[in-house]
Design a protein around this ligand. Structure first.
Ligand code: ATP
Ligand code: MG
Length: 614
């Protein structure tokens, strides 16, 4: 699963205006605070543009402060100190205002990130499973981590720097015209060059920078695939191909990297050069005007006047990436949600008995590929139902519908005569124990992994469940027994052992309805039969669904449902189905004779590897 999160970080927002207006809308309640921040920063800019004027006046006035008496300068030190202190206090005041604004905006940004993170978390809980089918985990994860992080890290500097740049620019221009309109015109004359060069350099550097970022994503994907598919790469001798792909991307990155660095390195020297042209112009015109004080003030103005462009040039790519992150976050927050729970939805898990009726159910994952059609089935409380059928027949889909991981397109599923839509999802799922082929264990002790089924289960109950699942024996041989800590994917025990633990977990949850979907596929047949025996005892009076490819294990089920292409093609017990001599008989005989009933294309499965279904 390539996760080009870094590539995404650098991407431009698709709709800049919309993204910006969404972020601004979220900040609207804070309008008053922002106005306050703008005022502070304007005040800071005003203080800093006054300094060159004071300095100019100081220079012009200096001859009055230092008079030559008999060849020796007599300096009026108290007056000089006074003026220096005044100028210093302007600098300090300006810095204090900036610091205050920064503090406020950083706080606002952190609160914003906190809110957005909470919103994303809440949203993910309300999204239907189909959203997770369409988006890779890497992408979803990067919304809540990288994108929020990007916003929270940069939002404050983007806001502050933009306001500071604009107010400094305006303040300087005004101060320049007030000081001397002739010199102001000279200074403004260099402005077009400053803008032109900054934009030119920034745009080109950014192009290279974007190239770098997008290839960084590719590089990550290659590296990740290489490591996660380590064995497969080795097995098929693909090391050379992987290395070649890596080198290709690496080289593009290297070139883009140095070009972007090289180009952005140009900004400062170019600015300095243009600034120097301004100094010369100001010196010439200022010299003609015979006002050294104004000249000094303008040298400082010229510096201050260029800073905003440097700042904006530097943060323009950050602004874009913040907007792009914002856009992606709002796209996620705008995704269609699961139907919200009705106010009166049933939440009485204890009263659930376990009768399930499928009433003319239709369902498909995508509208253009019909899957489950005319599905009718009644399962009485306490019945044990086996579902068999080739790969892609729709067995797991039926389970998904019972669990309300997906909603039926039409028809109804009733639990104890009540549409499952009228139960709270948590109630429905709490009543059902489900064990899948793909085990999910977390990095903790075996005991805690089993307790995950019911948080108040006692140690004795956990061990009893493990015994029923035939896991007790192997657990006791592990160092530490039930306290043996699994690694992240539980890969420090075998796949079959992982399945046994998930079965124990389901048993401990004391479900009203049990669903085993290929839950024992990695366990040897003898253990599988023993588990099923234990299950049968545990599930007396409770409804269970067992999906299995190995027909030998479901032979004794009271009712076997044979599915093909999303429909039930046969129902009966083993003997009846064999006597029918239909599809089931074909599947069953194939398992023992080795003839493959699926040799003719039976179904349009997406699974091109056409795993032997039975
Ligand atoms: N999340 C999904 N999104 C889109 N299509 C899906 C999804 N899950 C399954 N399908 C498709 O629906 C069909 C039925 O899949 P399902 O998982 O129900 O088969 P199955 O009978 O359980 O097969 P298996 O024996 O291999 O487990 C398949 O064609 C599959 O490609
Ligand atoms: Mg399946």
């Amino acid at each position: 699963m390539p996760r080009s999160t870094d590539a995404m970080m650098g991407a431009k927002p698709k709709n800049l205006k919309k993204a910006a207006s969404r972020i601004l809308a979220d900040f609207r309640p804070l309008l008053g605070v922002f106005i306050f921040v703008i005022i502070i920063l304007l005040a800071s800019a005003a203080l800093s543009v006054v300094i060159p004027v004071l300095l100019g006046a100081f220079v012009n006035n200096f001859k009055n402060l230092a008079t030559k008496v008999e060849g020796v300068y007599q300096v009026d030190w108290p007056e000089v100190f006074k003026q220096v202190i005044i100028m210093l206090s302007f600098y300090v005041g300006s810095a204090l205002f900036i610091w205050l604004a920064d503090w406020i905006v950083v706080k606002i940004s952190a609160d914003y990130a906190f809110d957005i993170r909470a919103k994303i978390k809440a949203k993910l809980d309300r999204l239907p499973l189909s959203y997770f089918d369409k988006n890779t985990y890497g992408e979803i994860l990067s919304r809540g981590t990288n994108d929020v992080d990007n916003i929270s890290r940069h939002m404050s500097s983007v806001i502050n720097q933009t306001i500071i740049a604009v107010s400094m620019f305006l303040g300087t221009v005004i101060a320049m015209f007030i000081t001397s309109w002739q010199l102001a015109l000279v200074a403004i004359a260099i402005l077009p060059f400053t803008i032109l060069f900054t934009v030119l350099i920034a745009v080109n550097a950014q192009k290279e920078f974007k190239k770098y970022r997008s290839h960084l994503g590719k590089l990550n994907a290659i590296t990740e695939e290489n490591f996660s598919g380590f064995k497969v790469v080795k097995l098929f001798n693909k090391e050379k191909d992987v290395a070649a792909a890596f080198e290709g991307v690496n080289e593009i990155m290297m070139k883009a990297d140095w070009k972007s660095q090289w180009l952005s390195g140009f900004i400062f020297p170019t600015m300095r050069f243009i600034g120097n042209l301004g100094f010369i112009g100001v010196s010439v015109v200022g010299g003609l005007l015979q006002d050294p004080g104004n000249m000094v003030a303008f040298f400082l103005f010229l510096q201050m006047f260029q800073q905003p462009f440097q700042q904006i040039g530097q943060i323009s790519s950050i602004i874009q990436s913040v907007l792009a992150s914002g856009e992606r976050i709002y796209n996620l927050l705008d995704e269609e949600e699961m139907e919200s729970e009705e106010a009166g939805a049933l939440s009485t898990e204890d009263a659930i008995k376990g009768e399930i009726v499928f009433d003319n159910v239709e369902f498909s994952y995508s509208p253009d590929k019909p899957l489950i059609q005319n599905f009718n089935l009644k399962v009485n409380t306490g019945d044990s139902i086996a579902i068999v059928g080739p790969t892609g027949a729709g067995k797991t889909t039926i389970v998904n519908l019972i669990m309300r991981f997906y909603e039926v397109n039409s028809g109804r599923i009733l639990l104890d005569g009540v549409n499952i839509r009228d139960y709270q999802r948590a109630t429905l799922r709490g009543a059902i124990g489900m064990v899948l082929q793909d085990t999910w264990l977390f990095a903790d002790s075996i005991r805690e992994n089993i307790r995950y089924g019911r948080s108040d289960a006692t140690d004795a109950e956990i061990e009893e469940a493990a015994k029923q699942a035939h896991a007790d024996h192997f657990i006791k041989t592990l160092p530490g027994g039930y306290n043996f800590v699994l690694n992240e994917d539980g890969t420090n025990i075998s796949q079959g052992q992982r399945q046994l633990i998930t079965i124990a977990r389901a048993i401990v949850s004391k479900p009203k309805i049990l669903i085993l979907d290929e839950a024992t596929s990695s366990v040897d047949t003898r253990t599988e039969l023993a588990i099923q025996d234990a299950m049968n005892k545990m599930m007396i009076g409770k409804t269970s669904f067992i999906i299995a490819h190995r027909l030998s294990t479901i032979k004794n089920a009271k009712v076997i449902i044979v599915m093909q292409k999303g429909q039930i093609v046969e129902i009966g017990n083993h003997q009846q189905l064999l006597a029918n001599n239909g599809f089931y008989a074909e599947l069953y005989n194939a398992q023992f004779s080795g003839r493959n009933p699926l040799a003719e294309p039976e179904q349009e499965s997406d699974n091109s590897e056409a795993k032997a279904a039975v």
